[in-house]
Write a protein that binds this ligand. Sequence first.
Ligand code: DX5
Ligand code: ZN
Length: 240
Amino acid sequence: MPGMDSNPYRVKIAPSILSADFARLGEQVAAAERGGADAIHVDVMDGRFVPNITIGPLVVEAVRRVTALPLHVHLMIEEPARYVQDFIGAGADMLVVHLEGNWTLHRLIESIREAGARPGLALNPSTSLSLVDEILPYVDLVLVMTVDPGFGGQKFIPTMYDKVRRLRQMALSLGLAELDVEVDGGVNATTARSLTEAGANVLVAGAAVFAAGRPVEEAIATLRAAATGLPAVDSTRDSD
Ligand code: DX5
Ligand code: ZN
C-alpha cells in the first residue's frame, strides 16, 4: 500500500559528530537536538584499530554537558575493555564495541552492562553474520558498518542492504524482536529508504547531517523523510 511503512520500527536518527565543526561542537549538537535527533553518535578511533585518531572521554564529557540526548559511543579501538569505565564515567549511555579482535565478548558486554550502560555490537562490512548468533541475545543493538570504519564521508557498500535484511531475519528467528539494527557509513537521503526497508531502525549519519551544506535541522528532517517515505517536516517549527 503506498505510503505504508514496511518497517514496523520507529526510525531513529543518530548524527555522528565526526563531521561536525569541532570549534562549534556545542551549537552543532544543540541544532541536532532541535532537529529531532534521537541520539548523538560519537566515533572513538585510536589510530590502531583504524588508521584515524579522533575523540576521547574528554569530548564525550563535554557533549554530555550540552545535551540530554542519549550518547552512543562507537569504540573503534584496540582493547576496548580498558576504557569501558572511562567512557561511561564521561556520560556514555551506550557503548558499541566491535566483534573484530574481541574474542571474549560475553565478558566485555557484561562489563558494559554492569557499569551501567547499554551494550551494542559493531560488525565490519566483511564480517560474516555467522559469527554473531551466539552473542545476539546479550546485546541491545547491532551496528552494521556499511563502509570500512575509519573516516566519515565514505561511499556506501551496496551489498550491505542484504546483510541488514539477513540480520533482521536472524534476530526475529531468535525471538529478538526488540533488537536495534543500526547502520553506519554512507547513510544519506539516497540510501536511507532501502536500509529501513531492509530492517534497519537506527541510522547513523555524519556527512549527511553536518556537512550537507544546509542547516543541521533541515538535513535531519530530509533524512527522516527519506527514511520513512513521508514528507519532510521541520521539527524546529513545532515548538513555536
Ligand atoms: C566511520 C564512522 C561513522 C562515520 C559515518 O568509521 O563509524 O560513524 O562518522 O560518517 P558518514 O555518515 O559521513 O559516512
Ligand atoms: Zn560510527
